[in-house]
Design a protein around this ligand. Structure first.
Ligand SMILES: Cc1cc2nc3c(=O)[nH]c(=O)nc-3n(C[C@H](O)[C@H](O)[C@H](O)COP(=O)(O)OP(=O)(O)OC[C@H]3O[C@@H](n4cnc5c(N)ncnc54)[C@H](O)[C@@H]3O)c2cc1C
Length: 414
């Protein structure tokens, strides 16, 4: 699991165009704190015997060093008055460059707590968010089921209202942090589909030790701790519901829209790392009497992937900037224009789609340029190859992003 440190990636602030989207404070706080964390995080990752135990320790380190302040509002121990997309992207990009596992530890704290930040009651916020920011509570987001992946209308996990609260039954799959999380944000059907009515979902916070909640590990590419979450008559009080009954779908979508550009940012960090590794390799590896870097075909392919990565980076920071501006307008006006909401969704989908696909191609090219060394399982190119794959699937697969972009174009004329 060890990942060696290489020269720091290019400093984002040197780039004039990116500075248009990223203010100096965000750069200093997010990018530099993520960079400063690298040596301690990599030591922790190397010393831990497995990914789940490394992840819990990494969450605590991220909390100690203040980086998790970016995932919750200032009133609950966070850095900014509200959760901002640009700093989240900066942190995810920089952490993705150092280590996809450290990046995952950070990202899941955001995904697993954002529904509470966005729509939770004050008491839910007070109970969970300060511990998320301190790295004391590991968060998880439980939406996916056997029959409900891209199509959430097939969700079957139910939450039945009783005089004492809700009883939840069902099974979630592919839940990151299953087994190590301290709490799960679980989406369930509160109003089953009946005679033409739409299925209505609600969201709940469930503590890991709730009787009836069990987890089983699953195994996926990369060092990703993940598993099933089984709910057998799990009882929660009314106060565990996030937002009103029936608001679950909009809470899930709001969370995914918020975080999609940041998945793109994580991919950028991983792609940039692959490019750095490839540059280092082609400068030193000699074939046909000269370094590979002197072959024009190699130079062309490096130029192509560098362009792809930078084009995707602009989309990611544009999407994050759009999301932050729209959030500010909503805070000022008390509401959000539907066209603005649609623009946040479309730019976020474009950013996730282009950045994860570009990073995959850059990493594939880096593997190729390393030759046999590229597929050595202990090497960084092969590890990145494993780690990047899932980013094109989770939080909306690439084809689903295409569909969402096309809908925005065709139905809204955006
Ligand atoms: C590593 C990893 C971590 C994850 N973490 C979490 C988590 O923490 N919480 C959580 O709730 N879920 C999580 N997931 C689940 C993830 O969100 C789902 O896998 C994803 O939404 C796709 O659902 P599915 O696997 O059921 O694929 P399906 O929905 O069956 O889709 C399979 C493929 O069909 C195609 N497709 C589907 N729908 C369309 C469409 N409308 N148009 C065109 N093509 C389409 C796409 O190519 C898609 O990849 C994780 C998954 C992975 C791999």
């Amino acid at each position: 699991m060890s990942r060696s440190t290489v020269n720091a990636p290019p400093v984002l602030s040197d780039d004039v165009v990116e500075r248009a989207f990223v203010d100096a404070d965000a750069l200093r706080d997010a990018w530099s704190s993520a960079a400063a964390l690298e040596p301690a995080a990599l030591r922790l990752e190397q010393d831990a015997s497995d990914a789940p135990s490394a992840l819990v320790r990494l969450v605590s380190l991220l909390g100690e060093r203040g980086l998790l302040g970016l995932v919750v509002p200032a009133a609950y121990g966070g850095t900014y008055p509200e959760v901002r997309s640009v700093p989240l992207c900066l942190a995810r990009e920089r952490l993705g460059y150092s280590s996809p596992l450290v990046e995952l530890a950070f990202a899941m704290q955001a995904l697993g707590s954002y529904p509470i930040t966005a729509r939770g009651s004050d008491s839910l916020k007070e109970r969970y968010l300060p511990r998320v920011a301190a790295g004391e509570a590991v968060a998880a987001f439980a939406l996916t089921e056997e029959d409900a992946g891209s199509d959430l209308s097939r969700m079957r996990t139910s939450a039945t209202l009783t005089p004492d609260g809700y009883v939840l039954r069902g099974k979630k799959i592919f839940i990151s942090n299953a087994g190590i999380a301290h709490f799960y944000v679980v989406f369930a059907v509160t109003t089953p589909e009946a005679a033409g009515a739409k299925l209505r979902l609600s969201a709940f916070v469930i503590d890991a030790e709730a009787p009836g909640l069990t987890t089983r590990p699953q195994h996926v590419l990369g060092g990703h701790p993940i598993g099933e979450v089984v709910l057998e008559d799990v009882r929660v009080p009314l106060a565990a519901r996030i937002g009103p009954e029936g608001a679950g779908m909009s809470i899930a979508l709001e969370t995914l829209h918020k975080l999609r550009p940041t998945v793109g940012a994580a991919a950028l960090g991983m792609g940039q790392r692959a490019l750095s590794e490839a540059l280092g390799h082609v400068r030193t590896r000699e074939q046909f009497g000269a370094p590979l870097s002197e072959l024009q075909a190699v130079q062309m392919s490096l130029a192509d992937v560098a362009c792809e990565l930078d084009a995707a980076r602009l989309l990611v920071y544009r999407a994050a900037a759009v999301a932050d501006v729209v959030a500010q307008l909503r805070a000022q006006n008390g509401h959000e224009a539907p066209a603005d909401r649609a623009r946040v969704a479309k730019t976020g989908s474009m950013a996730k789609l282009m950045a994860t696909e570009a990073a995959f191609r850059v990493i594939d090219r880096a593997v190729q340029l390393h030759g046999g060394r590229g597929v050595e399982t202990t090497g960084m190119p092969a590890r990145l190859y494993d780690d990047i794959r899932a980013l094109r699937i989770y939080e909306g697969a690439s084809d689903v992003q295409r569909l969402l972009i096309a809908r925005a174009l065709l139905e809204r004329g955006l």
